[in-house]
Design a protein around this ligand. Structure first.
Ligand SMILES: *Cc1c(COP(=O)(O)O)cnc(C)c1O
Length: 429
């Protein structure tokens, strides 16, 4: 599949039917798998041969879909998780344990920020947050001897900042650690972080990959590029014997391309069990089959809506990296020449009261906390996700009271603009 384009991989990678086999990926709705002898099964438990024995660790349906996502990202191995949160936690905790330290971009998704700042701190993991626009000197200053990884989002949710992946990867590699990029918003159709130096890529597949608001899920892809053995002392989990598997050394037994995902599956899935169900993986795959057709439409609608809003007198500011006025315009053009995603955020001149009137009058755009779905939806953080904050706190958090986040779906852009236009008229009147 390597020689094919991302679109072809969206449709066909990850699963090749046998002669007379089902054309579509079969849903293997089975918790367990049968063997003829205990010796056969013992080899699986010793990680001597690969195969299935219990769906908490691995399931064929999920593996086909994970292999497709890995192929789309240009990685060597992948796994599905129960959610994007689980994917980011596993990707980090697989190489950063108690006593470790994480350098992360400050504009990441709120759930991931809490995960690093609060929950992983309780596990004895420290963190330093840096601006996605940090200089090389500022980046270098964030590292400590116990730093194990750098984390960022290619397009941040909801800040919509664009990560300078090449520069963040170079900083990580200068300090002997990998760069993990959450690539949920652009998807591999618009950006493949591994091609720019990222070592591990994560996804909330709940968003564009599923694309229809049907199933919560996550994915992790390993590039196979990071040489764990060259930084042996930093990553003992991969480079020293695992007592829970008869002293296996992952980086030796499974090599640079197999170590990361094998450890995450055989240790973290075994112990935490954040599995995606085969049924959800099946829905996810239906979404993937059309991802390359859907993403350009999300971008087209996002661009049209952003341009319309920027020209409107009641809109004071629009965040969208496809607008030449965006501070991320040049960077977005470099990393995402086909565009980024369909999520736009903007500020209304009348603050919170105007945002309420505006959203009440929208007919097509539903009020939801979700984004990246076929149906256009919107949210005013000040009256929903951030409602515990006062106006000053909202400004400090970068989500002023009059800010609206709009996720442009797959409808006709003329209809979306007409909907926005009549809701803005209601604000003026
Ligand atoms: C939604 C989201 C997550 C969390 O994913 P869930 O599937 O909701 O757990 C993580 N990162 C980004 C960028 C997201 O948009």
């Amino acid at each position: 599949m390597k020689q094919y384009g991302t679109g072809t991989k969206c449709v066909q990678a990850g699963y090749t039917p046998e002669n007379g086999g089902p054309r579509q990926i079969p849903i293997i709705q089975s918790t367990t798998f049968k063997y003829d002898t205990s010796e056969d099964m013992g080899k699986l438990f010793d990680l001597e041969t690969s195969g299935y024995f219990y769906s908490r660790l691995q399931n064929p349906t999920c593996d086909h879909v994970a292999a497709k996502i890995a192929a789309m990202e240009g990685g060597c191995a992948g796994m599905l998780t129960s959610s994007g949160q689980a994917a980011n936690f596993f990707a980090m905790f697989n190489i950063c344990e108690c006593g470790g330290h994480i350098v992360a971009s400050s504009t990441i998704y709120g759930g991931t920020y809490n995960l690093i700042k609060v929950t992983m701190a309780k596990m004895g993991i420290e963190s330093t947050f840096v601006s996605p626009d940090a200089t090389d000197e500022e980046l270098d200053a964030a590292f400590r001897p116990n730093t194990k990884l750098v984390f960022g989002e290619s397009i941040a949710n909801p800040a919509l900042t664009v990560l300078d992946i090449e520069r963040f990867a170079a900083a990580a590699h200068r300090h002997g650690v990998p760069l993990i990029v959450d690539n949920t918003f652009p998807t591999p159709v618009n950006l493949r972080p591994i091609e720019w130096g990222a070592d591990i890529v994560t996804h909330s597949t709940t968003k564009y990959m599923d694309g229809h608001g049907s199933a919560v899920g996550g994915a992790i892809v390993d590039s196979g590029h990071f040489d764990w053995m060259a930084h042996k002392e930093k990553f003992p989990g991969l480079t020293t014997p695992d007592d829970s598997y008869h002293g296996i050394v992952y980086a030796e037994k499974f090599g640079q391309e197999g170590a990361f995902i094998t450890k995450a599956t055989s240790q973290l899935m075994r112990d935490f069990g954040c599995v995606q169900s085969p049924q959800s993986a099946f829905y996810l795959n239906l979404g993937l089959e059309s991802l390359h057709v859907r993403m350009p439409r999300h971008v087209e609608n996002g661009q049209a809506v952003a341009e319309f809003l920027e020209a409107h007198p009641l809109v004071t500011h629009v965040n969208y990296s496809g607008l030449p006025s965006s501070p991320y315009y040049e960077r977005a053009k470099k990393y995402m020449p086909k565009g980024g995603c369909g999520v736009v955020s903007f500020e209304l001149s009348g603050g919170r009261p105007m945002a309420e009137v505006f959203m009440k009058h929208l007919k097509l755009a539903a009020i939801e906390t979700h984004v990246a779905d076929a149906r256009t939806c919107c949210l005013n953080p000040a009256t929903s996700t951030h409602r515990q904050m006062n106006d000053e706190e909202l400004i400090a958090a970068g989500v002023p009271a009059g800010m609206v986040r709009m996720s442009c779906g797959l409808e006709d852009k003329e209809d979306l603009i007409a909907d926005l236009s009549q809701a803005l008229d209601a604000c003026a009147g």
